[in-house]
Design a protein around this ligand. Structure first.
Ligand SMILES: [Mg+2]
Length: 314
């Protein structure tokens, strides 16, 4: 028997299949099945909005396990909510796919979507399917922050300590699909007002840190010996050093944030009490506007502003 494809099932039946088992979440007045979703915003909170897309051949490949495609599409959006200290609440998902796509593959993608959405109590309130020449998932997320309590890129001050969660580099070996967005950590950083600025690491440490210091009108010194390097980056034998991978590889999806020097010890104690996740001080904010410098173990200094992976540049 030939496997069922999108073409043979049809769009209406497919949407029914994908949403049939979904209950409505908190605050959802109209969920999937009507013309548009309706949710009730929470009192005293500001709305946070984000959209993102992942495309076959760029963010995943035909051989990628479909559950992880769904996971990644949602996790990327949740990671951006984490970076601003927001609580994600609702998602809309648009699927673009060739008519020849096996229905099994689509169902598995949605299993991945629903699993991570459930893990963060986020409800999928709607979506759309469209025929396209290439498989792609477009995710739109809505969430909220306490009124006036958003964590931005622009608040870093000279002297602040730069912190990073987890370990960096070599995500292409698998972590870029399976990473866990640091939603709890981001929300806690904003709520407890530990951080002065934050960003999630999507484009690589040197690029994302460059964004943060540009927004804040400051500079940064990073100590090479303090950058936590992922085991995957240590194992790569491609001519680049592990620290280069940690600085330049994209899609770590860890949080990078700044904490005032006077608060750093109490911050570290509170963090360790709260989370089972490494956090490392990797350097400090300087007055050298727009300049990120790497201080090597031999005290040599390199300018590493904006030299990591960027879309469309190669
Ligand atoms: Mg981001």
């Amino acid at each position: 028997m030939t496997p069922k494809t999108l073409h043979s099932v049809g769009e209406r039946k497919l949407i029914q299949m994908l949403t049939a088992t979904r209950g409505s979440g908190a605050g959802v007045l109209v969920g999937p099945g009507d013309d548009a979703a309706v949710v009730r915003p929470r009192k005293g909170r500001d709305l946070a909005l984000k959209c993102d897309a992942i495309v076959e051949g760029v963010h995943f490949f035909p051989a990628t396990a479909p559950q992880w495609i769904g996971h990644k599409a949602v996790a990327r959006v949740l990671s951006d909510f984490a970076a601003i200290g927001a609580t994600p609440r609702h998602l809309l998902i648009s699927l673009a796919a060739p008519a020849s796509t096996p229905v099994q593959r689509i169902r598995a993608i949605y299993r991945g979507i629903h699993k991570i959405a459930d893990a963060h109590s986020v409800s999928v309130v709607g979506g759309e399917t469209v025929r396209a020449s290439q498989l792609a998932l477009h995710v739109f997320g809505a969430g909220d922050v306490p009124r006036g309590g958003v964590l931005k890129r622009s608040g870093a001050k000279p002297g602040d300590i730069i912190m990073v969660t987890g370990a960096l580099g070599g995500s292409l070996a698998g972590r870029h699909l399976r990473f866990l967005p640091r939603v709890e950590q981001g929300r806690w950083l904003a709520e407890k007002k530990w951080a002065t600025a934050a960003v999630d690491l999507s484009d690589g440490l040197s690029t994302d840190l460059s964004h943060l210091i540009t927004a804040s009108g400051v500079g940064a010194d990073v100590l090479a010996s303090e950058v936590p390097i992922a085991a995957a980056a240590e194992k790569l034998r491609d001519g680049k050093s592990p620290i280069e991978h940690a600085l330049k590889d994209g899609e770590d999806f860890e949080l990078l944030f700044t904490v005032p020097r006077a608060k750093v010890e109490s911050f570290a104690t509170a963090w360790m009490r709260r989370f089972d996740l490494a956090v490392s001080p990797i350097g400090f904010i300087t007055r050298e506007k727009g300049v990120v410098r790497l201080i090597n173990d031999d005290h040599s200094v390199q300018n590493i502003t904006f030299n990591a992976y960027e879309h469309f540049s190669h």
